[in-house]
Design a protein around this ligand. Structure first.
Ligand code: PNS
Length: 166
């Protein structure tokens, strides 16, 4: 039985993430999608909101949603997982992702990282781009799961109002 972890900020989950999750669910027996803290990013949605978005969006029998605030390598050990799944978009993702893979393997030698090339439609999609579109009330049906579009729009439009009002 192979358990894989797909870690990320998921702030919020996009159709690009969803594409990777479905492919990982086809490739491994069990997939744990784990909302983690990226210390380089401040975060728009709370970890609980991000988990809720993922739960409302993903309905696959072998996929579970979780969150963790410590090191990924320790979480993987606790879960008995030996595979990390990461999506690779443009070449610009490559260096940072390989660096993280090497660090995670040195912290937990049982652990290896497998990269999935992002779906062609999603090569330049990121949560940051989605939030920018939402801020200006653009159409989000091509970039976000329909279950969360209204919540993301509402939060980003409020944020825009706060900035404009200053
Ligand atoms: O979606 P992101 O922001 O690219 O995901 C990055 C994430 C959250 C997976 C990464 O920052 C992470 O693993 N954070 C947990 C802390 C950790 O284990 N850091 C060591 C890896 S260098």
């Amino acid at each position: 039985m192979i358990t894989a972890i797909y870690p990320g900020s998921f702030d919020p989950v996009t159709l690009g993430h969803l594409n990777i999750i479905k492919r990982a669910a086809n490739a491994f027996d069990q997939v744990i999608v784990c909302v983690m803290v990226n210390s380089a990013k401040s975060g728009t949605f709370s970890p609980e909101e991000r988990v809720d978005f993922l739960r409302r969006t993903i309905h696959l029998d072998n996929v579970e949603i979780d969150m963790h605030t410590g090191l990924l390598a320790d979480y993987a050990r606790k879960k008995g997982a030996r595979v990390l799944v990461k999506g690779l978009r443009a070449v610009s993702d490559f260096e940072a992702e390989v660096q993280m893979a090497v660090v995670n393997s040195s912290l937990n030698p049982e652990l290896d990282t497998m990269f999935f090339p992002s779906g062609q439609k999603y090569s330049y999609l990121s949560s940051t781009v989605v939030k920018e579109l939402a801020r200006y009330s653009a159409n989000l049906t091509e970039v976000l799961p329909r279950e969360i579009i209204e919540d993301v729009k509402m939060k980003m439009e409020i944020k825009r109002g706060e900035c404009d009002g200053k």
